[in-house]
Design a protein around this ligand. Structure first.
Ligand SMILES: [Zn+2]
Length: 513
């Protein structure tokens, strides 16, 4: 099938011979089905992303004056007037082609980037909006970021996640780079799977290997657990921690008494041994320094108090493990998709100590997980990290997608809302939230015009947040959801761009110089 409209546009605007900086438009303008931000040239060929409104799909096009201008492009050229055009769906083969020919579509390391933000894209549709949110700001995006839980819920693979990021960077003409985080990985198999797909960052989740229960153990229980360590190990721990005062860069001091040393040892040493095993795997597969390693202990009941953070990093250093970032479990509640719950002053005090530990012991980043919508905590986070931080969001992008549905497709929204109530018991097995769902207004009492309000209220936000997997696993619902977001793409991008940008600006990130 030839594409006369596209070829006509290219011919009329002399795009093949033009200086692309004069032809490209970055504000989401689409002409003759072409995303004007996407134009790229290589040799004698022109490339761009296009949309087919009738079929509700996107594809890439290669246009040239001769049929053999780019034989590697996955699509056969057909003549259209003076020009030749080949097209390809957004397939893995196309992603491989783009990454080979246009290296800015390859994920890269976060090393040397101080402020970084993970913007997971569970649907594979949100990354272009993430790019629009951050491209003018001094913050580096991790566009490809998904946990195993999210992969399972959305029936996606790491290959699809990174390919979606590649297509987004290409479509938006975004050449400043992005990362790829295999998020919340718990086993060597999962880590190998992410590495196979060229993840640049590995987030090791230690919440299941650590002994969180020991946070509440009695002195006797702790001593009993501690006694099972070898004599040499106990000697080492005691001479390292007991009777010592650890002074941070700003003068903050931390110390350990026997009980706290026993507690830290019982809670974390096994997890740290596993972290060492994982680190050795990363070094053996990638080579020292050729990956970004984050350790997360955020998804646990036990808050990581500053002493525990200090113990963990000192033990990691002792084992030769280098982390780029570490995600503690902060005090208070970082529940999904709503603002911080808890005492903000106390949060800020402890958060500062976490930052001081990170600055003193290797200047790694404090990583803030479940960062979506923690707006009241963001100014403190921006301030005490002094802009050297990692923040992760994902669920909030899903909610903005649902907002589009609530605004534009009320019938579909109502189906999703009902499904949310039907699946909530199952969903709660996977997410820790404490919302009182009985506060949510009954669906039949709400007019179509008021449906978007559900996306503003904390209880319904959290309900909708945790059931994305149930929408994605219902084939009919999933298809209608994707079709609607295709049709209302520009609205989706605008809502999401503004929402993510609110995160960026509240963190105090300045515009790029
Ligand atoms: Zn997390």
């Amino acid at each position: 099938m030839a594409h006369p409209e596209i070829v006509k546009y290219v011919a009329e605007h002399d795009v093949l011979t033009a200086d692309l900086s004069q032809v490209k438009v970055f504000d989401g303008t689409i002409q003759s089905g072409i995303y004007l931000s996407s134009f790229q040239k290589k040799g004698d060929a022109l490339f761009c992303t296009c949309r087919d409104d009738a079929a509700k799909t996107k594809y890439a096009a290669m246009i040239a004056a001769s049929a053999d201008a780019c034989p590697q492009f996955p699509g056969s050229p057909e003549q259209e007037g003076e020009l030749f055009i080949a097209t390809s769906g957004l397939t893995h083969e196309l992603a491989l082609f783009l990454r080979k020919e246009f290296p800015f579509t390859i994920p890269v390391s976060l090393k040397g980037k101080d402020a970084t933000i993970g913007t997971g894209d569970r649907l594979g549709l949100a990354n272009p909006a993430h790019i629009r949110a951050v491209r003018d700001y001094d913050i580096f995006p991790v566009l490809a970021q998904q946990s195993i839980r999210e992969l399972n819920f959305t029936k996606r693979t790491y290959q699809e996640v990174v390919d979606a990021a590649t297509f987004a960077a290409f479509q938006e003409g975004y050449e400043d780079g992005f990362g790829f985080d295999g998020d919340h990985l718990k086993t060597l198999d999962e880590i190998n799977m992410a590495l196979d797909c060229e993840a640049t960052m590995i987030t090791l989740d230690l919440s299941e290997v650590m002994n969180a229960k020991a946070a509440n153990w009695s002195d006797e229980q702790l001593l009993e657990g501690y006694q099972s360590l070898s004599a040499d190990e106990k000697l080492r721990l005691e001479s390292t921690y007991l009777g010592e005062t650890f002074t941070m860069q700003d003068g903050t001091t931390l110390s350990f008494d026997e009980t706290e040393l026993h507690r830290c040892s019982v809670m974390y040493l096994e997890a740290i041994a596993f972290a060492k095993e994982v680190y050795d795997l990363l070094v053996s597969r990638r080579g020292e320094g050729n990956f970004d390693f984050e350790m997360s202990i955020d998804e646990t009941e036990a808050p990581t108090v500053p002493q525990h953070h200090l113990f963990i990093i000192k033990e990691l250093i002792h084992n030769g493990v280098v982390v780029e970032s570490l995600a503690p479990r902060f005090i208070g509640e970082f529940q999904k998709a709503i603002d911080y719950i808890g005492d903000l002053d106390e949060f800020e005090k402890q958060f500062n100590v976490h930052c001081q530990i990170a600055k003193t012991y290797g200047n790694y980043k404090v990583s803030v997980h479940s960062g979506s919508d923690k707006f009241s905590a963001y100014p403190a986070i921006g301030k005490w990290t002094e802009g050297r931080l990692h923040v992760k969001t994902a669920g909030t992008s899903w909610l903005e997608a649902v907002r589009v549905i609530a605004l534009k497709e009320p019938e579909l929204y109502r189906e999703i809302h009902q499904l949310a109530f039907d699946s909530v018991d199952e969903a709660l097995k996977f997410y820790h939230i404490t919302a009182d769902f009985s506060k949510i207004a009954a669906l039949d009492s709400v007019s179509d015009a008021d449906l978007p309000e559900y996306l503003n209220r904390p209880e319904s936000r959290q309900l909708i947040h945790i059931i994305y997997g149930f929408v994605m696993q219902d084939d009919s619902l999933r298809q209608r959801f994707y079709d609607a977001l295709f049709v209302h793409e520009e609205l989706h991008y605008q809502l999401l761009r503004d929402h993510i940008r609110k995160h960026v600006t509240l963190l105090g990130r300045p515009k790029k110089a």
